[in-house]
Design a protein around this ligand. Structure first.
Ligand SMILES: [Zn+2]
Length: 204
């Protein structure tokens, strides 16, 4: 049976490069892949491009809230074959869309490879990641390292002033910079996390 995979990591760990490489490997063997990327923060409405920091890129379809991904993949499959589905920025998937992708694996027998961030800059799960962590068949961590050499699992956001943002929307559009850190250094930058902080935040 095909499986639903979730490759998760923090920022700048090379998830997108891995996605593009894996898709390329399928295509090199004459198999067809279907790529998706979140359209939530894009101005162009039609098509998307998945591009990695090291210069690889590929065309992708956009997904947005309310889209039925099962229907789109099923339709595509009827007009030509799909051997594997890849989803970048999978943290932005809705719960229902994660279930749709699970059905693609279970009922269409097409493997689905999702790549995304586990947590936001406040250390909270993204909704799509929460659903994927709950129901994906295979979880794979993509590793990167903190400035201290430990595994980086968290991310801080630096605002335009170069300072660490402690509050604000889950996703900032603009010139913010993200830095991946280990948990210890993340907590030192963000300040100690208490129970109130974990339930009190309502912004975004
Ligand atoms: Zn560190």
């Amino acid at each position: 049976m095909a499986k639903l995979y979730f490759h998760y990591a923090t920022m700048n760990a090379g998830k997108t490069t891995m996605l593009l490489q894996a898709s390329y490997n399928y295509r090199e063997r004459g198999m067809a892949t279907m790529l998706f990327i979140a359209g939530h923060y894009r101005k162009d409405d039609s098509a998307g491009t998945i591009s990695s920091r090291i210069g690889l890129e590929a065309e992708a379809e956009l997904f947005r809230d309310g889209d039925d991904l099962f229907a789109r993949i099923d339709d595509h499959q009827r007009h030509g074959s799909v051997h594997c589905v890849f989803v970048d920025e999978a943290q932005f998937l809705e719960d229902e869309q994660v279930w749709q992708l699970a059905r693609v694996a279970d009922r269409l027998n097409i493997p689905v490879m999702c790549y995304g961030l586990r947590t936001d800059f406040q250390g909270k799960l993204f909704s799509g990641s929460r659903a994927l962590l709950a129901i994906a068949d295979e979880l794979r961590e993509v590793r990167t390292i903190c400035r201290c050499g430990r595994k980086a699992t968290m991310v801080v956001r630096l605002g335009p002033d170069g300072k660490v943002a402690k509050q604000g929307a889950q996703v900032a559009i603009g010139k913010d910079v993200y830095v991946s850190l280990c948990r210890r250094h993340w907590e030192e930058e963000m300040g100690r996390v208490g129970a109130e902080d974990l339930v009190g935040f309502t912004g975004g």
